[in-house]
Design a protein around this ligand. Sequence first.
Ligand SMILES: Cc1cc2nc3c(=O)[nH]c(=O)nc-3n(C[C@H](O)[C@H](O)[C@H](O)COP(=O)(O)OP(=O)(O)OC[C@H]3O[C@@H](n4cnc5c(N)ncnc54)[C@H](O)[C@@H]3O)c2cc1C
Length: 417
Amino acid sequence: MQKLRNWAGNYTYSAAELFEPERMEQLQEWVAAQHKVKALGSRHSFNSIADTSGGLISLGKMNRVLELDPSRGTVTVEGGIRYGELAGYLHANRYALHNLASLPHITIAGACATGTHGSGDRNGNLATVVRSVEMVTASGEAVVYTRGEQPEADGAIVNLGALGIVSKLTLDIVPSFDISQLVFESLPLSRLEGHIDDVFSSAYSVSLFTDWTGRRFTQVWLKQIASTDEAFVRDEFYGATRAAVPLHPVPGISAEPCSEQLGKRGPWHERLPHFRMAFTPSAGEELQSEYFVPRNHAYAALEAIFQLEEHIAPHLYISEVRSIAADQLWMSPNYGRDSIGIHFTWKPHSEAVERVLPLIEAALEPYEARPHWSKLFTMAPERVKSLYEKHRDFQNLAASCDPQGKFRNSFLDRYFK
Ligand SMILES: Cc1cc2nc3c(=O)[nH]c(=O)nc-3n(C[C@H](O)[C@H](O)[C@H](O)COP(=O)(O)OP(=O)(O)OC[C@H]3O[C@@H](n4cnc5c(N)ncnc54)[C@H](O)[C@@H]3O)c2cc1C
Protein backbone atom coordinates (compact mmCIF):
# COMPACT_ATOMS: atom_id res chain seq x y z
CA MET A 1 0.00 0.00 0.00
CA GLN A 2 1.19 3.50 -0.80
CA LYS A 3 1.87 5.34 2.47
CA LEU A 4 -0.97 7.63 3.52
CA ARG A 5 -0.45 11.26 4.44
CA ASN A 6 -2.51 13.54 6.64
CA TRP A 7 -4.74 16.25 5.13
CA ALA A 8 -2.06 18.94 5.43
CA GLY A 9 0.61 16.67 3.91
CA ASN A 10 3.10 17.33 6.72
CA TYR A 11 2.85 13.83 8.20
CA THR A 12 3.21 10.42 6.51
CA TYR A 13 1.67 7.54 8.45
CA SER A 14 4.02 4.62 8.93
CA ALA A 15 1.20 2.04 8.85
CA ALA A 16 1.54 -0.57 6.13
CA GLU A 17 -2.14 -1.47 5.90
CA LEU A 18 -5.52 0.32 5.75
CA PHE A 19 -8.64 -1.67 6.57
CA GLU A 20 -12.10 -0.27 5.71
CA PRO A 21 -14.83 -2.41 7.28
CA GLU A 22 -18.43 -2.12 6.18
CA ARG A 23 -20.00 -3.90 9.14
CA MET A 24 -19.53 -4.11 12.87
CA GLU A 25 -18.61 -7.82 12.83
CA GLN A 26 -15.82 -7.20 10.30
CA LEU A 27 -14.51 -4.39 12.48
CA GLN A 28 -14.55 -6.56 15.61
CA GLU A 29 -12.88 -9.53 13.93
CA TRP A 30 -10.16 -7.42 12.41
CA VAL A 31 -9.37 -5.53 15.62
CA ALA A 32 -9.22 -8.79 17.59
CA ALA A 33 -6.79 -10.30 15.09
CA GLN A 34 -4.32 -7.38 14.97
CA HIS A 35 -1.25 -6.86 17.12
CA LYS A 36 -1.28 -3.08 16.65
CA VAL A 37 -4.10 -0.97 15.24
CA LYS A 38 -5.29 2.63 15.20
CA ALA A 39 -8.43 4.39 13.97
CA LEU A 40 -7.97 7.02 11.32
CA GLY A 41 -10.65 9.69 10.92
CA SER A 42 -10.52 12.24 8.11
CA ARG A 43 -6.74 12.78 8.68
CA HIS A 44 -7.06 16.42 9.76
CA SER A 45 -4.60 16.10 12.66
CA PHE A 46 -1.15 17.60 12.27
CA ASN A 47 0.93 15.24 14.40
CA SER A 48 1.44 11.50 14.85
CA ILE A 49 -1.58 10.98 17.15
CA ALA A 50 -3.39 8.77 14.61
CA ASP A 51 -0.38 6.70 13.53
CA THR A 52 0.49 3.08 14.33
CA SER A 53 3.24 0.64 13.53
CA GLY A 54 0.46 -1.87 12.70
CA GLY A 55 -2.69 -1.38 10.63
CA LEU A 56 -4.88 1.68 10.25
CA ILE A 57 -8.61 1.36 10.24
CA SER A 58 -10.97 3.80 8.55
CA LEU A 59 -14.71 3.75 9.26
CA GLY A 60 -15.40 5.79 6.12
CA LYS A 61 -17.86 3.08 5.01
CA MET A 62 -19.56 3.00 8.41
CA ASN A 63 -20.93 6.52 8.29
CA ARG A 64 -24.69 6.19 8.62
CA VAL A 65 -27.17 7.95 10.84
CA LEU A 66 -28.71 5.14 12.88
CA GLU A 67 -31.43 6.76 14.95
CA LEU A 68 -32.95 10.14 15.63
CA ASP A 69 -34.75 10.05 18.97
CA PRO A 70 -36.67 13.29 19.62
CA SER A 71 -38.02 11.99 22.94
CA ARG A 72 -34.49 11.61 24.34
CA GLY A 73 -33.14 14.56 22.34
CA THR A 74 -30.40 12.46 20.74
CA VAL A 75 -29.07 11.21 17.43
CA THR A 76 -27.02 8.02 17.12
CA VAL A 77 -24.47 7.72 14.33
CA GLU A 78 -21.79 5.31 13.15
CA GLY A 79 -18.17 6.05 13.97
CA GLY A 80 -17.11 7.14 10.47
CA ILE A 81 -19.58 9.95 9.87
CA ARG A 82 -18.38 13.52 9.32
CA TYR A 83 -20.04 16.60 10.82
CA GLY A 84 -20.95 17.84 7.33
CA GLU A 85 -22.78 14.57 6.59
CA LEU A 86 -24.79 14.61 9.83
CA ALA A 87 -25.58 18.33 9.76
CA GLY A 88 -27.71 18.24 6.60
CA TYR A 89 -29.70 15.28 7.94
CA LEU A 90 -30.34 16.98 11.28
CA HIS A 91 -31.32 20.24 9.65
CA ALA A 92 -33.77 18.46 7.32
CA ASN A 93 -35.38 17.04 10.47
CA ARG A 94 -35.36 20.45 12.20
CA TYR A 95 -32.61 19.61 14.65
CA ALA A 96 -29.10 20.89 15.21
CA LEU A 97 -25.88 20.34 17.13
CA HIS A 98 -24.95 23.06 19.61
CA ASN A 99 -21.74 23.97 17.81
CA LEU A 100 -19.31 23.07 15.05
CA ALA A 101 -15.57 23.51 14.42
CA SER A 102 -14.23 25.85 11.75
CA LEU A 103 -14.68 23.09 9.16
CA PRO A 104 -17.41 20.45 8.63
CA HIS A 105 -15.07 17.97 6.91
CA ILE A 106 -13.82 16.19 10.07
CA THR A 107 -15.25 12.97 11.52
CA ILE A 108 -17.23 13.20 14.72
CA ALA A 109 -15.26 10.37 16.34
CA GLY A 110 -11.89 11.90 15.39
CA ALA A 111 -12.88 15.39 16.50
CA CYS A 112 -14.26 14.24 19.86
CA ALA A 113 -11.21 12.04 20.44
CA THR A 114 -9.01 15.17 20.52
CA GLY A 115 -11.33 17.71 22.19
CA THR A 116 -11.99 19.68 18.99
CA HIS A 117 -13.98 22.87 19.59
CA GLY A 118 -15.80 25.74 17.95
CA SER A 119 -16.39 29.01 19.74
CA GLY A 120 -18.82 30.52 22.18
CA ASP A 121 -18.76 31.44 25.84
CA ARG A 122 -21.49 29.02 26.74
CA ASN A 123 -20.48 26.35 24.25
CA GLY A 124 -18.45 23.42 25.47
CA ASN A 125 -16.19 21.72 22.95
CA LEU A 126 -17.78 19.30 20.46
CA ALA A 127 -17.23 16.28 22.71
CA THR A 128 -19.41 17.77 25.45
CA VAL A 129 -22.59 16.74 23.64
CA VAL A 130 -21.56 13.10 23.38
CA ARG A 131 -23.99 11.18 25.56
CA SER A 132 -22.53 7.75 24.91
CA VAL A 133 -19.85 6.03 22.87
CA GLU A 134 -19.65 2.44 21.76
CA MET A 135 -16.13 1.24 21.14
CA VAL A 136 -14.46 -1.93 20.01
CA THR A 137 -11.75 -2.70 22.54
CA ALA A 138 -8.59 -4.75 22.09
CA SER A 139 -10.29 -8.14 22.40
CA GLY A 140 -12.82 -7.20 19.71
CA GLU A 141 -15.57 -6.84 22.28
CA ALA A 142 -17.88 -3.80 22.02
CA VAL A 143 -18.31 -1.74 25.19
CA VAL A 144 -20.56 1.28 25.74
CA TYR A 145 -19.77 4.24 27.98
CA THR A 146 -22.69 6.50 28.86
CA ARG A 147 -22.30 9.78 30.71
CA GLY A 148 -24.05 9.79 34.05
CA GLU A 149 -24.06 5.98 34.13
CA GLN A 150 -20.35 5.15 34.42
CA PRO A 151 -17.83 7.62 35.90
CA GLU A 152 -15.24 6.48 33.31
CA ALA A 153 -17.47 7.79 30.52
CA ASP A 154 -15.95 11.21 31.22
CA GLY A 155 -12.60 9.66 30.35
CA ALA A 156 -13.80 7.71 27.33
CA ILE A 157 -15.08 10.57 25.18
CA VAL A 158 -11.96 12.68 24.64
CA ASN A 159 -10.09 9.41 24.28
CA LEU A 160 -7.10 10.32 22.04
CA GLY A 161 -7.73 7.07 20.19
CA ALA A 162 -6.19 5.23 23.14
CA LEU A 163 -9.08 3.06 24.30
CA GLY A 164 -10.47 1.41 21.19
CA ILE A 165 -12.22 2.05 17.90
CA VAL A 166 -15.34 4.18 18.36
CA SER A 167 -18.05 2.46 16.34
CA LYS A 168 -21.10 4.49 17.44
CA LEU A 169 -21.80 7.80 19.14
CA THR A 170 -25.01 9.17 20.61
CA LEU A 171 -25.10 12.96 20.63
CA ASP A 172 -27.39 15.48 22.29
CA ILE A 173 -29.31 17.57 19.77
CA VAL A 174 -31.23 20.85 20.00
CA PRO A 175 -33.98 22.34 17.84
CA SER A 176 -32.62 23.77 14.61
CA PHE A 177 -31.65 27.45 14.72
CA ASP A 178 -30.51 30.15 12.35
CA ILE A 179 -27.37 32.25 12.54
CA SER A 180 -26.31 35.57 11.03
CA GLN A 181 -22.64 36.28 10.63
CA LEU A 182 -20.93 39.66 10.59
CA VAL A 183 -17.23 40.38 10.12
CA PHE A 184 -15.42 43.45 11.46
CA GLU A 185 -11.95 44.74 10.66
CA SER A 186 -9.17 46.01 12.93
CA LEU A 187 -9.90 45.62 16.64
CA PRO A 188 -7.16 47.22 18.81
CA LEU A 189 -5.72 44.86 21.46
CA SER A 190 -6.05 47.66 24.02
CA ARG A 191 -9.84 47.53 23.65
CA LEU A 192 -9.81 44.01 25.08
CA GLU A 193 -8.20 45.03 28.36
CA GLY A 194 -10.87 44.64 31.04
CA HIS A 195 -13.38 43.67 28.31
CA ILE A 196 -12.49 40.07 27.46
CA ASP A 197 -15.80 38.88 28.91
CA ASP A 198 -17.81 41.57 27.12
CA VAL A 199 -16.18 40.82 23.78
CA PHE A 200 -16.55 37.05 23.95
CA SER A 201 -20.11 37.17 25.25
CA SER A 202 -21.26 39.58 22.56
CA ALA A 203 -22.54 36.83 20.22
CA TYR A 204 -23.27 33.10 20.18
CA SER A 205 -19.80 32.50 18.74
CA VAL A 206 -16.95 35.00 18.56
CA SER A 207 -13.60 34.60 16.75
CA LEU A 208 -10.77 37.12 16.72
CA PHE A 209 -8.12 36.82 14.00
CA THR A 210 -4.66 38.37 14.12
CA ASP A 211 -1.21 38.15 12.53
CA TRP A 212 0.28 39.51 15.82
CA THR A 213 1.52 42.70 14.14
CA GLY A 214 0.39 46.20 15.03
CA ARG A 215 -1.16 45.16 18.39
CA ARG A 216 -4.54 44.62 16.79
CA PHE A 217 -6.88 41.87 15.62
CA THR A 218 -7.29 42.01 11.85
CA GLN A 219 -10.83 40.57 11.88
CA VAL A 220 -13.62 39.75 14.31
CA TRP A 221 -16.26 37.18 13.26
CA LEU A 222 -19.54 37.34 15.17
CA LYS A 223 -22.07 34.54 14.76
CA GLN A 224 -25.37 35.61 16.26
CA ILE A 225 -28.53 33.53 16.74
CA ALA A 226 -31.18 34.95 14.39
CA SER A 227 -34.64 34.53 15.85
CA THR A 228 -36.36 37.05 13.59
CA ASP A 229 -35.92 37.98 9.95
CA GLU A 230 -34.45 41.29 11.01
CA ALA A 231 -30.93 41.59 9.61
CA PHE A 232 -28.05 41.49 12.10
CA VAL A 233 -26.70 45.01 11.84
CA ARG A 234 -23.93 46.60 13.81
CA ASP A 235 -21.50 49.07 12.27
CA GLU A 236 -18.84 49.16 14.93
CA PHE A 237 -17.41 46.64 17.41
CA TYR A 238 -15.02 47.94 20.10
CA GLY A 239 -13.37 50.21 17.56
CA ALA A 240 -13.45 47.66 14.70
CA THR A 241 -15.51 48.53 11.62
CA ARG A 242 -17.97 46.29 9.79
CA ALA A 243 -16.61 44.74 6.58
CA ALA A 244 -18.59 45.73 3.49
CA VAL A 245 -17.58 42.62 1.50
CA PRO A 246 -17.07 38.97 2.50
CA LEU A 247 -13.58 38.23 3.80
CA HIS A 248 -11.31 35.19 4.19
CA PRO A 249 -9.42 35.22 7.51
CA VAL A 250 -6.12 34.81 5.62
CA PRO A 251 -5.27 38.02 3.78
CA GLY A 252 -5.18 37.77 -0.02
CA ILE A 253 -7.34 34.61 -0.28
CA SER A 254 -10.77 34.72 -1.93
CA ALA A 255 -13.74 34.49 0.47
CA GLU A 256 -15.49 31.96 -1.80
CA PRO A 257 -14.74 28.95 0.47
CA CYS A 258 -16.02 30.83 3.53
CA SER A 259 -19.46 30.59 5.08
CA GLU A 260 -21.84 33.42 4.23
CA GLN A 261 -21.25 36.77 5.93
CA LEU A 262 -22.74 40.30 5.72
CA GLY A 263 -25.41 39.49 8.35
CA LYS A 264 -27.55 37.30 6.09
CA ARG A 265 -29.58 34.80 8.10
CA GLY A 266 -29.04 31.10 7.36
CA PRO A 267 -29.13 27.63 8.95
CA TRP A 268 -26.75 26.82 11.81
CA HIS A 269 -24.65 24.33 9.82
CA GLU A 270 -24.02 26.84 7.03
CA ARG A 271 -22.85 29.60 9.38
CA LEU A 272 -21.14 28.02 12.41
CA PRO A 273 -18.17 26.63 10.40
CA HIS A 274 -15.97 29.29 8.81
CA PHE A 275 -15.53 27.09 5.74
CA ARG A 276 -18.05 25.38 3.46
CA MET A 277 -18.07 21.62 2.98
CA ALA A 278 -17.58 21.71 -0.80
CA PHE A 279 -14.38 23.77 -0.58
CA THR A 280 -10.86 23.34 0.79
CA PRO A 281 -10.93 24.80 4.29
CA SER A 282 -8.37 27.22 5.71
CA ALA A 283 -5.21 27.99 3.70
CA GLY A 284 -4.58 24.48 2.30
CA GLU A 285 -0.89 23.64 2.66
CA GLU A 286 -0.37 24.65 6.26
CA LEU A 287 0.54 23.63 9.80
CA GLN A 288 -1.46 24.35 12.94
CA SER A 289 -0.86 24.77 16.70
CA GLU A 290 -3.20 25.84 19.49
CA TYR A 291 -2.97 26.49 23.21
CA PHE A 292 -5.78 26.87 25.76
CA VAL A 293 -5.44 29.25 28.70
CA PRO A 294 -7.91 29.81 31.52
CA ARG A 295 -10.21 32.69 30.78
CA ASN A 296 -8.88 34.92 33.58
CA HIS A 297 -5.39 34.81 32.02
CA ALA A 298 -6.57 35.59 28.50
CA TYR A 299 -5.49 39.21 28.20
CA ALA A 300 -2.06 38.63 29.76
CA ALA A 301 -1.51 35.59 27.56
CA LEU A 302 -2.42 37.53 24.40
CA GLU A 303 -0.11 40.39 25.43
CA ALA A 304 2.71 37.88 25.93
CA ILE A 305 2.28 36.51 22.42
CA PHE A 306 2.08 39.96 20.82
CA GLN A 307 5.65 40.42 22.21
CA LEU A 308 6.77 37.58 19.91
CA GLU A 309 5.59 39.33 16.74
CA GLU A 310 8.95 39.25 14.95
CA HIS A 311 9.38 35.50 15.56
CA ILE A 312 5.84 34.53 14.64
CA ALA A 313 4.74 36.82 11.80
CA PRO A 314 7.11 35.63 9.03
CA HIS A 315 5.82 32.06 9.34
CA LEU A 316 2.17 32.67 9.99
CA TYR A 317 -0.89 32.70 7.75
CA ILE A 318 -3.21 33.76 10.56
CA SER A 319 -4.10 33.20 14.22
CA GLU A 320 -7.55 32.79 15.71
CA VAL A 321 -8.69 33.36 19.30
CA ARG A 322 -11.92 31.70 20.51
CA SER A 323 -13.68 31.00 23.82
CA ILE A 324 -14.75 27.55 25.03
CA ALA A 325 -16.82 26.69 28.12
CA ALA A 326 -15.40 24.45 30.86
CA ASP A 327 -16.22 20.73 30.86
CA GLN A 328 -15.65 17.57 32.89
CA LEU A 329 -14.08 15.36 30.24
CA TRP A 330 -10.81 14.12 31.73
CA MET A 331 -8.43 14.74 28.83
CA SER A 332 -10.25 17.74 27.37
CA PRO A 333 -8.02 20.82 27.12
CA ASN A 334 -11.00 22.67 28.60
CA TYR A 335 -11.34 20.34 31.61
CA GLY A 336 -12.42 22.33 34.64
CA ARG A 337 -11.84 25.75 33.18
CA ASP A 338 -13.51 28.26 30.92
CA SER A 339 -10.85 28.72 28.27
CA ILE A 340 -9.56 30.91 25.52
CA GLY A 341 -8.02 28.99 22.61
CA ILE A 342 -5.11 30.73 20.88
CA HIS A 343 -4.65 29.10 17.51
CA PHE A 344 -1.91 29.47 14.86
CA THR A 345 -2.26 28.56 11.17
CA TRP A 346 1.35 28.39 10.01
CA LYS A 347 2.88 28.45 6.57
CA PRO A 348 4.44 25.05 5.79
CA HIS A 349 7.76 26.17 7.34
CA SER A 350 8.23 23.08 9.51
CA GLU A 351 11.69 23.83 10.84
CA ALA A 352 10.94 27.47 11.65
CA VAL A 353 7.69 26.48 13.36
CA GLU A 354 9.59 23.93 15.48
CA ARG A 355 11.84 26.81 16.59
CA VAL A 356 9.00 29.24 17.34
CA LEU A 357 6.76 26.86 19.30
CA PRO A 358 9.08 26.67 22.34
CA LEU A 359 9.08 30.50 22.48
CA ILE A 360 5.29 30.57 22.49
CA GLU A 361 5.13 27.78 25.06
CA ALA A 362 7.61 29.61 27.33
CA ALA A 363 5.58 32.83 27.01
CA LEU A 364 2.39 30.94 27.92
CA GLU A 365 3.89 28.82 30.71
CA PRO A 366 2.80 31.17 33.54
CA TYR A 367 -0.77 30.83 32.27
CA GLU A 368 -0.89 27.02 32.38
CA ALA A 369 -1.55 26.65 28.66
CA ARG A 370 -2.66 23.21 27.54
CA PRO A 371 -1.84 22.27 23.91
CA HIS A 372 -4.41 21.02 21.37
CA TRP A 373 -3.87 17.27 21.20
CA SER A 374 -3.99 17.02 17.42
CA LYS A 375 -1.90 20.05 16.47
CA LEU A 376 1.84 20.72 16.69
CA PHE A 377 3.45 21.35 20.08
CA THR A 378 6.84 20.79 21.67
CA MET A 379 6.01 20.93 25.38
CA ALA A 380 7.83 18.38 27.55
CA PRO A 381 5.71 15.33 28.42
CA GLU A 382 6.12 15.95 32.17
CA ARG A 383 4.71 19.43 31.73
CA VAL A 384 1.75 18.17 29.69
CA LYS A 385 0.99 15.53 32.32
CA SER A 386 1.10 18.11 35.11
CA LEU A 387 -1.63 20.13 33.38
CA TYR A 388 -4.21 17.33 33.63
CA GLU A 389 -5.60 16.37 37.06
CA LYS A 390 -7.12 13.22 35.60
CA HIS A 391 -4.02 12.09 33.75
CA ARG A 392 -3.47 9.06 36.00
CA ASP A 393 -7.15 8.04 35.82
CA PHE A 394 -7.03 8.19 32.04
CA GLN A 395 -3.86 6.12 31.96
CA ASN A 396 -5.55 3.48 34.13
CA LEU A 397 -8.65 3.49 31.93
CA ALA A 398 -6.49 3.01 28.82
CA ALA A 399 -4.64 0.14 30.51
CA SER A 400 -7.92 -1.55 31.41
CA CYS A 401 -9.36 -1.22 27.86
CA ASP A 402 -6.09 -2.08 26.18
CA PRO A 403 -3.85 -4.14 28.48
CA GLN A 404 -1.44 -5.23 25.70
CA GLY A 405 -1.06 -1.75 24.17
CA LYS A 406 -2.77 -2.57 20.86
CA PHE A 407 -3.91 1.04 20.37
CA ARG A 408 -0.75 2.63 21.72
CA ASN A 409 1.62 4.51 19.44
CA SER A 410 4.71 6.67 19.91
CA PHE A 411 2.54 9.75 20.55
CA LEU A 412 0.65 8.08 23.39
CA ASP A 413 3.85 6.54 24.77
CA ARG A 414 5.32 10.02 25.00
CA TYR A 415 2.50 11.55 27.07
CA PHE A 416 1.08 8.52 28.90
CA LYS A 417 3.99 6.45 30.19
C1 LIG B 1 -8.27 23.04 8.18
C2 LIG B 1 -8.42 22.55 9.60
C3 LIG B 1 -9.25 23.25 10.47
C4 LIG B 1 -9.40 22.82 11.80
N1 LIG B 1 -10.24 23.51 12.62
C5 LIG B 1 -10.36 23.15 13.91
C6 LIG B 1 -11.22 23.84 14.80
O1 LIG B 1 -11.96 24.74 14.40
N2 LIG B 1 -11.22 23.47 16.11
C7 LIG B 1 -10.43 22.47 16.58
O2 LIG B 1 -10.44 22.21 17.80
N3 LIG B 1 -9.65 21.73 15.75
C8 LIG B 1 -9.61 22.06 14.44
N4 LIG B 1 -8.82 21.31 13.59
C9 LIG B 1 -8.18 20.09 14.11
C10 LIG B 1 -9.11 18.87 13.92
O3 LIG B 1 -10.41 19.14 14.32
C11 LIG B 1 -8.63 17.70 14.74
O4 LIG B 1 -7.38 17.34 14.29
C12 LIG B 1 -9.55 16.46 14.68
O5 LIG B 1 -9.11 15.53 15.62
C13 LIG B 1 -9.54 15.87 13.29
O6 LIG B 1 -10.47 14.83 13.20
P1 LIG B 1 -10.21 13.67 12.12
O7 LIG B 1 -11.50 13.03 11.84
O8 LIG B 1 -9.44 14.20 10.98
O9 LIG B 1 -9.29 12.70 12.99
P2 LIG B 1 -7.82 12.13 12.69
O10 LIG B 1 -6.89 13.28 12.55
O11 LIG B 1 -7.86 11.17 11.58
O12 LIG B 1 -7.54 11.39 14.08
C14 LIG B 1 -7.45 12.12 15.27
C15 LIG B 1 -7.48 11.17 16.47
O13 LIG B 1 -8.78 10.58 16.56
C16 LIG B 1 -8.66 9.18 16.60
N5 LIG B 1 -9.83 8.61 15.94
C17 LIG B 1 -10.34 8.92 14.74
N6 LIG B 1 -11.43 8.16 14.49
C18 LIG B 1 -11.59 7.37 15.56
C19 LIG B 1 -12.51 6.33 15.90
N7 LIG B 1 -13.51 5.96 15.09
N8 LIG B 1 -12.32 5.70 17.09
C20 LIG B 1 -11.33 6.04 17.94
N9 LIG B 1 -10.45 6.99 17.66
C21 LIG B 1 -10.57 7.65 16.50
C22 LIG B 1 -7.36 8.87 15.87
O14 LIG B 1 -6.86 7.60 16.22
C23 LIG B 1 -6.50 10.00 16.38
O15 LIG B 1 -6.03 9.68 17.67
C24 LIG B 1 -8.68 21.68 12.27
C25 LIG B 1 -7.85 20.98 11.38
C26 LIG B 1 -7.74 21.39 10.06
C27 LIG B 1 -6.87 20.62 9.12
